[in-house]
Design a protein around this ligand. Structure first.
Ligand code: FES
Length: 148
C-alpha cells in the first residue's frame, strides 16, 4: 500500500461531559498541546457511546477512535463508565476479529483535573495510530471524498 506523504490520521475522541471534556479544556487552557487531528465529540457520559457510533466513525474514514470518561467510581451517573468498559471490551474484540488493529481503539479514564494526562494520552494515541497507517477496513466508499 502506498502511503501519502501528507497523510495524518483522523482521530475521533468521545469525551464525557463531566470529566474528560473538562480535562481537554484544562489541557487547552494550560497550553498542553495535542494534535489537531483529534476531533472531540462531547457526550453526557461514556456509556452514551453506542457501539454503532464507533462502527460509523470507522465507516466514515476514522483511523482511530478513543473513548474517554471519568475514572471508575467517579462517573456522574454512578456506573455509566462500568457499562462503557464492558461494552467496549466486547466491541474492540469483535473489531479485532474483523481486522481493525487493537491500537486503533482505546478507552481511557481522564478526570477534569488531568489536563496533562489528556494531552499525553492523545499524543500517544495519535502516535500509535500513525504507526499503524491509514485504516481501510470497514470504510464505506460512498463516504470517501472524490480524488482531484
Ligand atoms: Fe463521565 Fe459517566 S459521567 S463517564
Amino acid at each position: 500500500m502506498q502511503v501519502r506523504q501528507d497523510w495524518k490520521p483522523k482521530i475521533v475522541a468521545f469525551c464525557c461531559n463531566w470529566c474528560s471534556y473538562a480535562g481537554a479544556d484544562l489541557a487547552g487552557s494550560s497550553r498542553r498541546s495535542y494534535p489537531a487531528d483529534v476531533k472531540i465529540i462531547r457526550v453526557p457520559c461514556s456509556c452514551r457511546v453506542n457501539p454503532l457510533f464507533i462502527l460509523r466513525a470507522f465507516q466514515r474514514g476514522a483511523d482511530g477512535v478513543i473513548i474517554c470518561g471519568c475514572h471508575p467510581g467517579d462517573c456522574h451517573y454512578t456506573s455509566g463508565n462500568y457499562y462503557a468498559r464492558r461494552r467496549m471490551t466486547l466491541l474492540f474484540k469483535m473489531l479485532e476479529y474483523l481486522g481493525i488493529e487493537k491500537g486503533r481503539t482505546r478507552v481511557e479514564w481522564v478526570s477534569a483535573a488531568e489536563g496533562a494526562k489528556f494531552s499525553s494520552v492523545m499524543n500517544d494515541f495519535v502516535q500509535t495510530v500513525t504507526a499503524l497507517g491509514e485504516n481501510v477496513k470497514l470504510e464505506d466508499l460512498r463516504c470517501k471524498e472524490p480524488l482531484n
